[in-house]
Every structure is written in structure tokens, then in C-alpha cells.
Design a protein around this ligand. Structure first.
Ligand code: G3H
Ligand code: 13P
Ligand code: NA
Ligand code: ZN
Length: 319
């Protein structure tokens, strides 16, 4: 069944787990996510970005997720709009049936320039009023994630979410979930070495939770950048430089401090790219023209990755 983010995260908080939120833009991803969820009995969050809308088209994207809801009636599914840049785009998502939206007012409409606190409160509060009247949840964001916000201050501590500002933001906006910045960034290039507590600041979550014990936190940029997939991609013709993501065990640590939604896109891209490169490189597949077999290899790889995340974050068994 389609559920709101608030419904799902309230339950996750009660039970002490988090739910991976996977970005989707095609059928293979949706099916992999759902097959893994069915196999381990996990609730699901699927989210569409502006890029996903451009790739699949808003109608196809929505119907792919609704097909998942219909095919798996016993699994709770949140259909979420990731990083909406304006209240109008949130309103559009609500109108087309999304059960949750992220108003990203930490950036201006260009999605590059860091916005003022007052602007962020203003646009987020506007969306919360409209969304709550429709039973739709709202995720807000405060702080600066690395890659999406390349123009922001060099001073690292300035990039992290300030606990005092977070308290004010939640009070003034009444968001259902709060995306916080703790040193992660979008994409594959998060850290040039395995991250220490100085660049991946899990301790900031602890401080935030002390001030906001009832707020559901969201971690963006939470792909783990599996070294085994990186190697497979490179072994089969790829050229990805050395890079590191957010270790699963650090996310599990964050879950102790109120993280309830964990955004993952890059890991599924890596698993599918690696699996398709490997499949096509096999001599026995050299004359294969049934592209479904290539897509199936990608689906299998993504399904295994999704199930590993459901299990690690504790959502398995909670559908
Ligand atoms: O928010 C970032 C996600 O990884 C979406 O990426 O805009 O390329 O779909 P995308
Ligand atoms: P990754 O690039 O780490 O997968 O993050 C995705 C994300 O945060 C989408 O909002
Ligand atoms: Na931000
Ligand atoms: Zn994000």
C-alpha cells in the first residue's frame, strides 16, 4: 500500500530502524527494489529526482511506482519526490499522487546557491501547510551537502548542520523529516580515503538528537561506494578512480541517533553498471542480442544490494 513518509518513519523510530530510500528512474530498479523487499519483508521508499523525471517522464515514473504498489499490496511503499527546488514543484508532485515531498530550501531555485535560513523556513513552511492538508509528508534540509553545493564555503564546519538552527527550523516549519549535513555529498566521489570521524561526522547526529529527540533525520549522499563493484567496473573496461563512500557500519551508528531515511542512488548505479559490463564481456555472451539478459544481470546485482541494505538498516522484517 502507498503510505506517507511520516507514517513509515514514526513506526521506524518506535522500532529503532531506518529505511533505505532508493532513487529510481526505470523499471529494472523498481523491480529489484521490490523483489528484495519482498524477500526480506521490508517497507520501501522510492524517490524520483528531477533527473529521473527528465529520463523517464513524470507519467512513466509515477506509474512504475504505482505498479509496484499494485504488484506488492502487502508492502508499505512511500512515493517520494527527491530535492524539489520550489514549492510549485512540490505542489505538482502532490497533485500527481506522491505521498511525500522534499522541499530543498537549503539551496535557491538554481539548486546551486546556498539559501538563507529565512528563505529556507519560508518555502518549507509553505509546502508543509499545503502537503499536510493533503496527508502528504514533507522532508526539509538544513546545511550544505558537498557535491550539489560546490559553490559553498570552504570551511568544513560551516557545511555541517548547526544544532541550534535545526531546532528553530523544525519548530518553525513542522517538517516530518529533516535532512542533515554531516560531511557526505552526492555521487561516487565523497572521500579520497576511507573516511574518519573528521570528514564523516556521525557525532554531529548525536548532538542533533540531543536537541531534537523526536525528529526523524535523513542522510543524503549515503551510498557506500562498494569497493568490490568499483573493481568489477574497472576489471571490465571501466575507468573509475580511487574513491570511498559512507561505510554501512557508520550508517548503522547513525541509526542509533535518529537517522530514519537513508538516501541511496550511486550504489545501484555501480551495481548495475558493473553487472552489465561483466555480463557483456563474457565470451559466451558475445553473440547475445537479447538485451533482457543484460538487464537481468543488472537487476540481480541491484536486488542483492537492496536486500543487504534492508537487512543492515533493520527495516527487514517490518513490512
Ligand atoms: O539527488 C541526487 C540523486 O543522486 C539524483 O541524481 O539528478 O542524476 O537523478 P539525478
Ligand atoms: P548517493 O549519491 O550517495 O547515492 O546519494 C543519493 C541521494 O542523496 C539522493 O538524494
Ligand atoms: Na543543502
Ligand atoms: Zn540528496
Amino acid at each position: 500500500a502507498l503510505v506517507s513518509l511520516r507514517q513509515l518513519l514514526d513506526y521506524a523510530a518506535e522500532q529503532g530502524f531506518a529505511v533505505p530510500a532508493f532513487n529510481v528512474s526505470n523499471m529494472e530498479q523498481v523491480q529489484a527494489i521490490m523483489q528484495a523487499a519482498a524477500a526480506c519483508d521490508s517497507p520501501v521508499i522510492m524517490q524520483g529526482s528531477a533527473g529521473a523525471n527528465r529520463y523517464a517522464g513524470e507519467v512513466f515514473l509515477r506509474h512504475l511506482i504505482l505498479a509496484a504498489v499494485e504488484q506488492y499490496p502487502h508492502i508499505p511503499v512511500v512515493m517520494h519526490r527527491d530535492h524539489a527546488p520550489t514549492p510549485d514543484i512540490c505542489a505538482q508532485a502532490i497533485k500527481s499522487g506522491f505521498s511525500s515531498v522534499m522541499m530543498d530550501g537549503s539551496l535557491l531555485e538554481d539548486m546551486k546557491t546556498p539559501a538563507s535560513f529565512a528563505y529556507n523556513v519560508d518555502v518549507t513552511r509553505t509546502v508543509v501547510k499545503k502537503a499536510h492538508a493533503c496527508g502528504v509528508s514533507v522532508e526539509g534540509e538544513i546545511g550544505c551537502l558537498g557535491a550539489l553545493e560546490a559553490n559553498s564555503a570552504q570551511d568544513h564546519s560551516r557545511l555541517l548542520t548547526d544544532p541550534g538552527e535545526a531546532v528553530e527550523f523544525v519548530e518553525q516549519t513542522q517538517v516530518d523529516a529533516l535532512a542533515v549535513a554531516i560531511g557526505t555529498s552526492h555521487g561516487a566521489y565523497k572521500f579520497s580515503k576511507p573516511p574518519t570521524g573528521e570528514v564523516l561526522v556521525i557525532s554531529r547526529l548525536k548532538e542533533l538528537q540531543q536537541r531534537l529527540p523526536n525528529t526523524h533525520f535523513v542522510m543524503h549522499g549515503s551510498s557506500s561506494v562498494p569497493q568490490e563493484w568499483l573493481k568489477i567496473i574497472n576489471d571490465y573496461g571501466g575507468d573509475i578512480p580511487e574513491t570511498y563512500g559512507v561505510p554501512v557500519e557508520e550508517i548503522v551508528e547513525g541509526i542509533k541517533y535518529g537517522v530514519r531515511k537513508v538516501n541511496i542512488d550511486t550504489d545501484l548505479r555501480m551495481a548495475s553498471t558493473g553487472a552489465m559490463r561483466r555480463f557483456l564481456a563474457q565470451p559466451e555472451n558475445a553473440s547475445e542480442l537479447d538485451a533482457r539478459k543484460t538487464y537481468q544481470a543488472a537487476k540481480d546485482a541491484m536486488e542483492a544490494l537492496c536486500q543487504a541494505r534492508y537487512e543492515a538498516f533493520g527495516s527487514a522484517g517490518h513490512a
